[in-house]
Design a protein around this ligand. Structure first.
Ligand code: NDP
Ligand code: PYC
Length: 347
């Protein structure tokens, strides 16, 4: 999370962010392999200027661990229910390690069969999805990822939460030196983490982000956190959020967002459930013609940028270049809260 304008923030190298994250996660009782995998996604978020899923998530993860809502030393188990399908039972642990365990099988199957899917089951999820689709696109694959969360979001036309913030991520490989084309966004107006950050900063949110518990529009982040968030794009976001519930819930035998929040029982821990990741090898459809058709995709990216529009992830890649050169700045209060958490855990 970068420091707000006018605030200097605490300067850290990315190695420093990683060391801090690993230290706190280990102190919270997380097993070494999970701490490594979880810390890596927090560093990636901080490095790429994704405040809602960077080092701020240490507070979220520590709360989930303290509430006993994640298995600290879960051992993910890989199964292959069909030739093009892989699944990993995360054993109630954080999703990051489960994805790492399933990724090689997903890549191998996509290359062998042209298309393959990986289901993560029984995982606790608080991360952004772009690191996963970007990693798969880096292997030359087209990738899609979906996960439900907790029921915080009202359907279009309704006032009570049914959906999670249900992100959809997509990755498309591009010829070097271009990084992959990636987008990753919640099907709610904004990720819940963004509303949490406004609450922490004592700032109002835009009027279309959510409603209070009585169904009235509000700019008060606390009222929305107690009420309901809105889907983006009205009925279109609502339908996409429904799709995410279905394909990363019942389709893979895992929880919906409503079931996840019911299982949480008011603990305020991160969502429990599943994630679906699909990988497609362009060579499966195109054979030797891959390069020709990928050149047509490049022409489309050029047409977008030629008129001054930006590609999704271009902000993130620019932030990455800056952070790799200069490190990052963590807001003073967030840094103080993390140090206080660490002191508390090690006392
Ligand atoms: P945003 O609304 O900020 O949208 C993010 C995506 O849109 C990024 O790919 C971003 O690229 C792109 N984008 C933003 N502005 C533009 C623009 N002007 N032109 C082109 N592209 C643009 O994010 P959300 O708040 O919806 O989600 C943030 C994160 O929260 C996601 O990474 C998501 O995975 C995560 N999340 C995770 C959940 C979970 O259950 N695990 C639940 C909900 C969200 P860029 O990054 O370059 O700005
Ligand atoms: O920010 O909406 C969110 C979120 C939910 C789970 C992880 N991030």
């Amino acid at each position: 999370m970068s420091a707000a304008a006018g605030e200097q923030g605490v300067a850290l190298t990315l190695d420093g962010v990683g060391a801090l994250a690993r230290r706190v996660l280990r102190a919270a009782g997380l097993a070494e392999d999970h701490a490594e995998a979880v810390a890596a996604t927090m560093v990636a978020g901080e490095r790429d200027g994704c405040a809602s899923h960077g080092i701020y998530r240490l507070l979220v993860a520590a709360n989930t661990i303290a509430k006993g809502r994640v298995v600290r030393d879960a051992v993910p188990v890989l199964a292959e229910p069909a030739r093009a399908l892989a699944k990993v039972d995360g054993g109630g642990g954080f999703a990051q390690l489960a994805f790492e365990r399933g990724k090689p099988a997903l890549i191998a199957k996509a290359r062998a069969f042209g298309i393959a899917a990986l289901a993560l089951n029984n995982v606790v999820h608080f991360a952004a999805l772009w690191p996963e689709v970007e990693a798969l696109a880096g292997e030359g694959l087209v990738a899609l990822a979906f996960t439900p969360s907790h029921a915080w979001v009202a359907p279009a036309g309704g006032t009570r939460p049914v959906f999670g913030t249900n992100p959809i991520a997509f990755g498309w490989p591009r010829p070097a030196p271009q990084p992959p084309f990636v987008f990753d966004f919640a099907t709610s107006m904004v990720a819940r983490g963004e509303i949490e950050l406004h609450r922490r900063a004592g700032k109002p949110v835009p009027a279309d982000w959510g409603i209070d518990a009585e169904g009235r529009p509000t700019t008060d982040p606390v009222a929305i956190l107690d009420g309901a968030m809105r889907t983006f794009g009205g009925h279109k976001g609502s339908a996409l959020a429904t799709m995410v519930e279905l394909i990363a819930g019942p389709l893979i035998g895992d929880l919906t967002s409503a079931e996840s929040i019911a299982a949480d029982g008011g603990a305020g821990a991160s969502p429990l459930g599943g994630e679906l990741i699909v990988a497609i090898d362009p060579a499966g459809f195109l054979g030797d013609a891959v390069a020709d058709h990928r050149a047509r995709a490049e022409a489309m990216f050029d047409a977008i940028e030629a008129q001054g529009a930006r590609l999704p992830s271009s902000r993130r890649y620019a932030a990455r270049a800056r952070s790799l050169a200069e490190g990052v700045r963590i807001p003073d209060k967030l840094y103080a809260d993390i140090l206080a958490l660490e002191a508390n855990l090690t006392a």
